[in-house]
Design a protein around this ligand. Structure first.
Ligand code: BGC
Length: 250
């Protein structure tokens, strides 16, 4: 596998990119961030990715991986919850390969974070089933069985008590409703115990920006399954995208 790849992480508020050393899972040089254009249409976001590649000076032979907050099946966006709906049905691999002028590979953002945690972080060498969740604007999920990802699991959209789970338990929800840690933890408890009942996992890994404050809410959860914070925090999406791009470019 090549030693350096570029990862780009597309989110609702920012598009971030960096070169990644695949030996260590660490960034090489700076991370570039550009606000997500509004409306976040495919062409506008692709141009931002192009600007990031140019700013980073990514060479033509360096594989590029791109994360999306949506399920991606063979390059195509299945549905879009938190970016412009015009993404639905778009083949991101084709779009980005054209605009970036090099082979590019897209995958779901939580799947990328999950792969990064398996390769370099909290899920490394963990046997059995690990579920990585990312708590942010939505809830993303990556299900990994003995190191192999089951892609596009979308467990943030489980219907629990008649609600789309992420609309009750995401970080965004905590923020807009100004929920205390305790109140939010109650919602997380409902969420994780449901996922636990469905999958009987061996480990939960909790990512997303809020995992930096894990000591405020993880100790409030009562689960059979060990639950730990992600180790890569906000680098996981970029690192996982770069890792997967290098793997598929082989
Ligand atoms: C999307 C997922 C994504 C998650 C986190 C959800 O709304 O449907 O694909 O992984 O948000 O961004």
């Amino acid at each position: 596998m090549t030693q350096v790849a570029c990862g780009i992480d597309i989110g609702g508020s920012g598009v971030k990119g960096a070169l990644v050393d695949l030996g260590t899972g660490e960034f090489i040089g700076e991370r570039v961030r550009i606000e997500t254009p509004q409306p976040s249409t495919p062409e506008a976001v692709a141009q931002v990715c192009r600007a990031i590649i140019d700013r980073l000076g990514v060479g033509p032979d360096v594989p590029v991986g791109i994360t999306f907050p949506a399920p991606i099946v063979r390059g195509t966006v299945v549905f879009m919850a938190n970016l412009d709906k015009s993404w639905e049905g778009v083949n991101v691999d084709e779009l980005m390969t054209r605009v970036l002028g090099r082979p590019s590979h897209a995958l779901n953002d939580a799947d990328a974070a999950g792969l990064a945690e398996v390769a370099y972080g909290a899920a490394k060498d963990v046997p059995g089933t690990t579920i990585v969740t990312t708590l942010g604007t939505g809830i993303g999920s990556a299900v990994i069985v003995d190191g192999t990802l089951v892609p596009n699991t979308e467990l943030g959209h489980l219907e629990i008590d008649g609600h789309d789970a992420e609309s009750r338990a995401s970080t965004h929800c905590k923020e807009i409703l100004d929920l205390s840690w305790k109140k939010w933890a109650k919602r997380l408890q409902r969420y994780y115990s449901h996922v636990e009942m469905l999958f009987s996992p061996d480990l939960f890994v909790v990512g997303g920006g809020v995992s930096r404050k894990h000591e405020k809410f993880l100790p409030l959860l009562d689960l059979r399954t060990p639950i730990v914070p992600a180790r890569l925090l906000n680098t996981a999406g970029i690192v996982g995208a770069a890792y997967e791009a290098a793997r598929t470019a082989r």
